[in-house]
Design a protein around this ligand. Sequence first.
Ligand SMILES: C[S@@+](CC[C@H](N)C(=O)[O-])C[C@H]1O[C@@H](n2cnc3c(N)ncnc32)[C@H](O)[C@@H]1O
Length: 300
Amino acid sequence: MKTTQPKESKGTYIPHKAAAEFKPTKDWTIEEAASLYDDRIFTFEVDRIHFEDCIKGMSELPSECIDMLIADPPFGLNFGGMEPLYNRDSNFVAEGYKDVQLENYSSFTEKWISEIPRLLKDDAGVWIFSGWTNLVDILNSLKDNNLKLINHIIWKYQFGVFTRKKFVTSHYHVLFAVRNEKNYFFNKIEHYPEDVWNFKREYERGVKKNATKLPIDLVLRCVDFGSKPGDVIIDPFMGNGTTAIAAKGSFRHYIGFEINNALEDIINKGLNKTELGQHYIPYSERPDDLVLKARRKFKS
Ligand SMILES: C[S@@+](CC[C@H](N)C(=O)[O-])C[C@H]1O[C@@H](n2cnc3c(N)ncnc32)[C@H](O)[C@@H]1O
């Protein structure tokens, strides 16, 4: 009797095939990214940090001028930035860290978040960093201002503090929210991007800096997934200028605010050390381990 082999249907699942064939949604060569950066024309000044209150500063920007927002607001823990708890030499911490009193945190949060929707382009996204203590205020303000939460990412890190009667906090929240959930920009540059991220805090000994610097690789990850070369990224709380450095290094423009003048030199030093586009590698040239493993399997 003649037997027939079942035909492989179009939808047959072949383990790891999708990973082997993965391509980023959008990609640009270095030359394309550089020309997108050069070709953008603006009606307001970009690549500039204003040393003033962000609530006032944002209210003076034109409507729908921003492609992406990254914000790492003050903690509201009455944190002065010099606390020995944070295990660092206060001689190298810049003065004037501006925190917000806990009792004012929710009204402060509402004020700066309510400036955002008017500034965003239709497909823009916002990426906000928060500890767990005041997270509820940020979530409430996002909702009240019609910004829709797409992902609630956990940044897992080692902090090096000790506690006696509670667990050691070793995570931070990164909220990804958008203006229009039917039309937001997201460049899927990895095959299987999960919502728990591991990044170590950076400890540069002997370098003066703001008390709460984010790791550059963490901010670059937000820039890569959430924006295109030539885009404008706003950061209302520049601190050490990490967002500006990540933007310049990725062929993106930036604009930002920082209330503490003492940080101007630190920010300028960081920006002067950063070459335009120095962090940018076309996304198809950075396959992750999963994709590399799958490609090896299919080659053999
Ligand atoms: C958590 S830090 C940001 C750190 C930054 N992401 C970095 O990597 O260096 C918050 C910053 O917001 C600044 N700040 C506080 N209130 C502000 C306001 N109303 N407008 C602008 N900046 C403000 C503080 O001086 C501080 O530098």
